[in-house]
Design a protein around this ligand. Structure first.
Ligand SMILES: NC(=O)c1ccc[n+]([C@@H]2O[C@H](COP(=O)([O-])OP(=O)(O)OC[C@H]3O[C@@H](n4cnc5c(N)ncnc54)[C@H](OP(=O)(O)O)[C@@H]3O)[C@@H](O)[C@H]2O)c1
Length: 320
């Protein structure tokens, strides 16, 4: 074989292999196959204007559902609706303001739901964020705890009678990063500076563990609750990170092997919101969560004392 042919074949072979690996991974990440119409069903999605929430809203609207888009900016919600309408004329899209960093806003939102959509079918606790600089909610809790966990706890508490009356489903968007987390009761709700050697955002990871613990407690109380990890997804989630050029080089293999589209990650949310997922053996209490559109056992060792203590401390923080 001539050298010039080899120079051609090697890059083509490498490119083709990477393409096949990527496609195999996409296949493993899974897709929701159920396409049944959802006309007459009402879904509430927090943080529906972008990322995973947006893709979930689009998919549910395409299946003719009524989607309440609970967003902190009505302008961004309106823009998201305009984009969804370019894709589908189906479903109903209702924007209602909700800032999870404000108890007053959560209360106003809940009142609006109780009067306009009291018998909704599913609440999707999707909104979430990770920040680099100290940032606090109106009630002065650091935002990972305040928004990702506490705001949603208050929301469910205010809507619990409606949820119970209609046996509505609760979907909680956690993350596999919960497996690297630890609940820090001494500093609950407080900003803790990242240590020099910390590779991960512990405050974020801890809030995602709280999501899981909270789902377990709800499940124990008889709620139809599902917890999931969407996988590493290409969304606006990393907006507060400022990558340098060499980060792009370093992370190129990670992107190729692990980064899903928002649409693909949202399959996990849609699966939990529309399919019967929990079983007696596989549910949040037995440590199962949905990822790759199937139930997966968490590596985290949950303990009941922490679970119950987090519940108590969360309600203490809410002062209700
Ligand atoms: N992307 C990933 O790789 C990944 C992996 C594992 C888990 N997750 C989880 O997936 C969920 C969705 O994240 P994403 O990737 O779709 O991120 P995203 O594109 O940044 O979307 C986050 C959504 O949350 C909203 N939000 C943030 N703070 C809020 C507040 N105070 N009140 C109401 N809404 C608020 C945002 O609204 P604005 O646009 O107005 O800011 C946005 O709509 C999060 O819970 C995240 O922890 C993501």
């Amino acid at each position: 074989m001539s050298a010039s042919l080899l120079y051609l074949l090697v890059p083509v072979g490498v490119g083709a292999s990477l393409y096949v690996i990527r496609k195999l991974r996409e296949w493993k990440w899974g897709w929701v196959r159920n396409n049944a119409p959802l006309r007459g069903k009402v879904f509430i999605i927090t943080g529906a204007n972008t990322g995973l929430g947006y893709e979930t809203a689009l998919a549910l609207a395409t299946r003719q559902a009524t989607v309440i888009m609970a967003c902190r900016s009505m302008d961004r919600a309106g823009e998201a609706i305009r984009r969804i309408r370019q894709r589908t004329p189906d479903g109903e899209l209702i924007p209602i303001e909700l800032d999870l960093a404000s108890f007053a806003s959560i209360r106003d939102f809940s009142e609006a739901i109780k009067s306009r959509y009291p018998s909704f079918d599913c609440l999707i606790n999707n909104a979430g964020l990770a920040v680099q600089e100290p940032t606090f909610t109106k009630e002065n809790y650091e935002v990972h705890f305040g928004v990702n966990h506490l705001g949603h706890v208050l929301l469910v508490d205010l809507l619990k009678d409606n949820i119970r009356a209609n046996a509505a489903r609760i979907v909680i968007v956690s993350s596999k990063m919960h497996e690297r987390a630890k609940i820090d009761f001494d500093n609950l709700g407080q900003w803790v500076e990242r240590g020099r050697g910390d590779r991960f955002n512990n405050l974020y990871n801890n809030s995602k563990l709280m999501n899981f613990y909270y789902a377990r407690e709800l499940y124990k109380q008889g709620y139809n609750v599902h917890v999931l990890c969407p996988g590493l997804c290409h969304t606006d989630f990393f907006r507060s990170y400022n990558p340098r050029w060499y980060h792009y080089v370093m992370f190129a293999p990670v992107v190729l092997l692990f980064l899903r589209s928002a649409r693909q990650g949202a399959q996990n949310i849609i699966h939990c919101a529309t399919d019967n997922v929990n079983t007696e053996e596989k549910n949040p209490v037995t440590g199962y969560f949905v990822t790759n559109v199937e139930q997966t056992k968490s590596k985290f060792k949950f303990d009941e004392e922490t679970s119950e203590r987090l519940w108590r401390e969360s309600f203490k923080a809410l002062n209700v």
